[in-house]
Design a protein around this ligand. Sequence first.
Ligand SMILES: *Cc1c(COP(=O)(O)O)cnc(C)c1O
Length: 428
Amino acid sequence: MIYKRSSELFKTAKDYIPGGVNSPVRAFKSVGGTPIFASEALGAYVYDEDGNKYIDYISSWGPMILGHAHKKVINAISETAKKGTSFGMPTSLETDLAKLALSMVSGMDKIRFVNSGTEACMSAIRLARGFTKKDKIVKFSGCYHGHSDSFLIQAGSGVVTFGTPNSPGVTQGTAKDTLIAPYNNLKFVERLIENNINEIAAIIIEPVAGNMGCIVPKDGFIEGLRVLCDKNDILLIFDEVMTGFRLACGGAQELLGVNADIVTYGKVIGGGLPVGAFASRNEIMKELSPEGSVYQAGTLSGNPLAMSAGIATLTELKENNGIYKSLEEKSLYLEKEMIKVLEKTSLDFKINRLGSMISLHFTSDDVIDFETAQKGNNDKFKKYFHGMLKEGIYLPPSAFESYFLNDALSYSDIDFTINALTKVLKSF
Ligand SMILES: *Cc1c(COP(=O)(O)O)cnc(C)c1O
């Protein structure tokens, strides 16, 4: 494959945009090489500026669950655009998406729309602090909740129980209110709570983690968090920016059978346009401005184009519930076929999957948290990634990201992918 135009475009982009991209993972830093510049996408395929075609396994990192340029979504956006693109006044579309989203998930009375998953998680934390009148939060290492200061924190060293900033620009003052625990380790969370009694406002978690590869919660882990939160007046926040409307109509809450106090959404809920959201019960949501005193706002929040894309996408998912079953079957098929090919090699590997989220790790240990995810062999991953790319398969350009399958993907696309994998692994 030739990446001539992509590499020229990247060179120019770097002159004007830091690192040439508007979100770091796009720069291919962890796999090396030239990022592919997309020119268009249709269904399961994405095309680059050099005219190469790829089977797309990232689906814009989740939102394009129906496939790219889905007719109903494009029609909805175009019809809305003809009537103007932003008013700074309320529209009926916002209520329509709110009603629809709330009808699909359980335990949530009200929802507020924002413009990104980052904003949703940032606001959820503020709301939790305002409601509980406590300051500290617990997050899990390797979970990503967007790039707001409170979340860019890593575990502190030695005896300190609070975190330390993992980006310059995040203050120690902020870091001291974020406590870090390893994923899937309930005992650790119990100790954190004991050591910070009556100080923790919320525990925030990706109920199925997707930002250190795909990591499935162990039996009893999420249920255990629910019990600990109830016992200690701590709010449980599910960050369902990835899992919401993807793992099931009702997201991870439905699939795992556990309800959170606040749930954040993003990605699928905007159908490919910038939308984030957070939802909760009335007793909590009434604390939010303008009804309550916890401030939160947004000039473009609830934007009509974005709402239209969200309505079209969620409507399709709700009315055509078979999509989840078929995504599960396709993902299971992909997993099984990958295992067959990989087992014929001498490579150490682990595949983690739940529903249409899946990841391959080149390691012999079970991947259950950030520490075990880091044990993956990145040289092997790079080779695998670039090999697959050359065969026309677009995978996440980082070993710490999950694949997201979409409904447009066919069994023959998967067979094509497996043939590519067989070929690529021969050169290992
Ligand atoms: C993508 C993601 C976010 C951040 O969403 P943005 O729209 O990129 O700000 C937050 N949480 C999770 C779990 C995500 O996957």
